[in-house]
Design a binder for this molecule. Structure first.
Ligand SMILES: [Fe+2]
Length: 471
């Protein structure tokens, strides 16, 4: 896929809050060096890339439901020998190529799918598939593979210059269908990836070795075709929290949303032993989880730190519903009893930890929240301006309030051995100036002045998930 850089800017505008302000997409793919240091200094021992993905619809969508649609765009800040550079590239999925050929949006949204003109399809395309697959949600490194990921679609292999190489097959004959949140086993280093089916009540777990090759795939039967965005992996278990967000084709045919919230179904927890033992089910009152901070075992308990949505709304916070909050759930696998506690009483999403503690006991959670010092936002959900550090041992919370600047998910970059020995990386947007920055905070002293703030040569739209790829 040796393609020229896209240089044209976005030619359309939208009043949709998730397509305007800093949610508006950008068009040009650029490379820039010599970024301006606005504050602090480039850490001399920092070597690698902070890469973040996010929805960046190139052509004006026929309908838009954040965060379900868009073209993927990767933004990378690379540190090398005390120098730093910025680069952004679209994820050139097959769906991207089809729309590139057409010169306009040809897919409907997930809520309003529409068949694609057969004239635009190639011999390998499925004319029956009305869904765009554009890998805009997450990005991760597994072994030699850097993957851009969406949900229920192929992951795309990304090269060192952020170029799209092709669909990830894990050594098989065809692309592996998977989601954006996949988890690495703390002992074996194997990857567990999840795929759900919008048409049938099945979720598939792919077990991919550290070598990037598929070991096996197994199906779990659900009560209904359900949306599952993330899951928990512990040393011995894979744990699914299945909220009642159900795909309903009949409702869609009647002009309603394809995803229906069915609280009467409750929340079902599947605990699957990794050694092949019998799957066990537990039940709780309905809620929804997009993101887990971490999950781990503690004796006969499974401890899960996560963001609790009382119900599923896309565009949460825009309707009269409780904001998503950071919670801990403790499941006793002997008695089936569940304990809950809340870490913080205001809106939180996109929680992250020091990934070296993933699936083993972790103490600190880093997550963005929103404070009243942000005055220039456009009211869209998933707008944050403050990073929290939550100590789950003491309950203490420290914060870095960016004031009238919009922040995103913080990615932990390890530096030393301790759980907070590292930096937190994110992009910032200044709504007054309409410009973006890259910022590094010391994870151990989050409230203090940033270790580094860099001016960026173009706006970086509000995105979803990022990762750190060490050099
Ligand atoms: Fe996510």
């Amino acid at each position: 896929m040796g393609r020229n850089r896209i240089t044209e800017s976005i030619s359309w505008r939208s009043d949709n809050p998730h397509l305007s302000g800093n949610f508006a997409p950008i068009g040009a793919e650029i490379d820039a060096t010599g970024l301006e240091v606005l504050e602090g200094a480039i850490p001399v021992d920092l070597a690698g890339s902070y890469i973040r993905n996010g929805p960046n619809p190139r052509f004006e969508p026929t309908s838009y439901n954040y965060p379900l649609e868009g073209d993927g765009m990767l933004h990378a800040i690379t540190f090398e020998n005390g120098q730093v550079r910025y680069r952004n590239r679209y994820v050139r999925t097959r769906s991207f190529e089809i729309e590139d050929l057409a010169g306009h949006a040809v897919f409907g949204g997930l809520m309003t799918p529409s068949p694609v003109d057969p004239a635009l399809l190639g011999p390998d395309d499925d004319p029956e598939n009305p869904f765009k697959a554009s890998a805009f949600v997450g990005v991760m490194q597994h072994g030699d593979h850097l993957l851009a990921m969406g949900e229920g679609e192929p992951a795309w292999e990304i090269g060192p210059e952020l170029e799209t190489l092709g669909p990830f097959t894990a050594g098989t004959e065809r692309p592996i269908m998977m989601g954006a949140h996949n988890r690495v086993h703390p002992v074996t280093g194997d990857l567990f990836a999840l795929n759900y089916d919008v048409m049938s009540p099945t979720v598939t777990i792919h077990h991919i070795g550290r070598d990037g090759r598929l070991r096996r795939s197994l199906d779990i039967r659900l009560a209904a075709a359900s949306m599952i965005h993330d899951f928990v992996l512990t040393e011995r278990y894979l744990v699914l929290l299945i909220g009642p967000a159900v795909f309903d084709m009949q409702k869609m045919m009647e002009g309603e949303s394809f995803i229906q919230w069915r609280p009467e179904l409750g929340l079902r927890i599947a605990v699957m032993p990794l050694d092949g033992g019998e799957l066990r089910w537990f039940e709780a009152d309905a809620f929804f989880v997009f993101h887990f901070a971490n999950g781990f075992e503690r004796g006969n308990e499974i401890v899960v730190d996560y963001v609790k949505h009382q119900k599923l709304y896309f565009g949460y916070g825009e309707r009269n519903t409780e904001p998503p909050r950071l919670h801990r759930l403790v499941l006793n696998t002997s008695t089936g009893k569940i304990r809950e506690q809340s870490w913080f009483d205001k809106v939180v999403e996109f929680p992250r930890i020091d990934e070296r503690r993933s699936s083993v006991s972790s103490r600190y959670i880093f997550a963005p929240t929103l404070t009243e010092t942000l005055t220039g936002g456009n009211g869209a959900s998933a707008t944050f301006n403050c990073l929290l550090r939550v100590d789950t041992e003491t309950g203490d919370i420290s914060a870095h309030d960016f004031g009238n600047r919009i922040a995103g998910e913080a990615v932990f970059i390890p530096r030393g051995q301790g759980e907070t020995a590292g930096w937190l990386a994110t992009y910032l947007y200044d709504p007054e100036k309409g410009s973006s920055e890259f910022v590094l905070l010391d994870a151990d002293r989050i409230s203090e002045a940033p270790v580094l703030r860099l001016g960026l040569p173009q706006r970086v739209p509000q995105g979803l998930h990022g990762t750190w790829v060490p050099a």
